[in-house]
Design a protein around this ligand. Structure first.
Ligand code: FAD
Length: 296
């Protein structure tokens, strides 16, 4: 199918792009990698009056760490940049594990992490990774710049809190206070598919104690699911078989899977349990390990 008729604009500066969104009509959309928006338009699930293509905006195709370790990912940083990133491989085990599991190489060459967060697909891999890491989105609009914690950014399936004239310019992962560990595991029907079940785990440890934990789930509910109770079961304690089992149980309980052609609800819940144990078990007692495998 072909998209409905739309106006196309390619601004050259962020200010121009924000102005276009503000003044461009009732239904304007930012175009980043186009890997979710264009299929939606072709299927006529989305028929914006105007697209503001941000690909020509300077200075947004980066990912870098501040001196204190805060990670910043610009709006035009592609999935493939993250997949090949030595910075991620050295410092961000959960992100490094997820990056090669997002879609397929063609999609990864164009799609962006920030676009994925904005798209807010319950089956999007990056939202659960960023939620587990305590990440946030930096939005810029006519009224200035603001930071939005990921926990508040996604409000439901395909919904976020951005204002009409706001562009998500950056995603941010806070600096770790201890040694970072974790991973991302994804059950998919075939390589390149969306997650039947995805599980992101991010922990920080200091002196053998877990000082911060985040667990979040992909594809097992109407939205990305954070698991604060599961994370709390790990925090302030040494990582042990018992705390891991407890966290796995609480994460499985937080899942809201539905039985469908990909599997029964109970099977999906069990996979969450297995993934949490597998990721954290792989990090026992190491603090830098990563888990980057596709689950068959
Ligand atoms: C065949 C296929 C398989 C896929 N498999 C997976 C998968 O396994 N896992 C997965 O996570 N994703 C998957 N995707 C989706 C892919 O990751 C997309 O790249 C991503 O969801 C959207 O990023 P994008 O840059 O392409 O955004 P776009 O498609 O350009 O935009 C998506 C939405 O976000 C908005 N948006 C984008 N950037 C901004 C911004 N900076 N500020 C404000 N709004 C913005 C757009 O207006 C639009 O509403 C798949 C896509 C395809 C086509």
């Amino acid at each position: 199918m072909f998209p409905a008729r739309f106006r196309y604009e390619a601004p050259h500066s962020l200010e121009e792009a924000i102005g276009l969104l503000r003044d461009g009509g009732d239904y304007v959309k930012v175009l980043a990698g186009g890997q979710s928006l264009v299929p939606m338009m072709k299927l006529r699930f989305a028929s914006p009056d105007m697209l503001g293509d941000i690909n020509g905006l300077p200075g947004l195709a980066y990912h870098r760490a501040d001196p204190d370790g805060t990670l910043r990912i610009g709006a035009l940083c592609r999935h493939s940049d993250l997949e090949r990133s030595e910075l991620l491989q050295g410092t961000q085990p959960t992100m490094a594990a997820a990056a090669p599991l997002v879609a397929d190489p063609l999609v990864r060459n164009r799609g962006t992490l920030v676009g994925s967060l904005c798209h807010a697909d319950p089956q999007g891999d990056w939202a659960s990774v960023m939620l587990a890491l305590g990440g946030s989105v930096i939005a810029q609009g006519s009224n200035g710049r603001r930071a939005i914690p990921l926990a508040d950014f996604v409000t439901g399936p395909f919904q976020n809190v951005l204002e009409h004239d706001e562009i998500a310019v950056e995603a941010v992962v806070p600096a770790a206070k201890g040694a970072r560990a974790g991973g991302y595991l994804k059950l998919e029907r075939r390589v390149g598919d969306f997650a039947t079940v995805g599980t992101a785990v991010a922990i920080e440890t200091s002196g053998g104690t877990v000082t911060r934990a985040g667990i979040a789930l992909t594809g097992v509910g109407g939205s990305t699911i954070g698991c604060p109770e599961a994370a709390a079961a790990l925090t302030g304690k040494p990582l042990s078989a018992q705390t891991i089992a407890e966290a796995a149980e609480l994460a499985a309980a937080a899942a809201q899977p539905r039985t469908d052609h990909r599997g029964s609800a109970e099977y999906k819940r069990q996979m969450v349990r297995v993934f949490v144990k597998r990721i954290l078990g792989g990090n026992l007692p190491s603090t830098t390990g990563q888990t980057a495998e596709r689950a068959a």
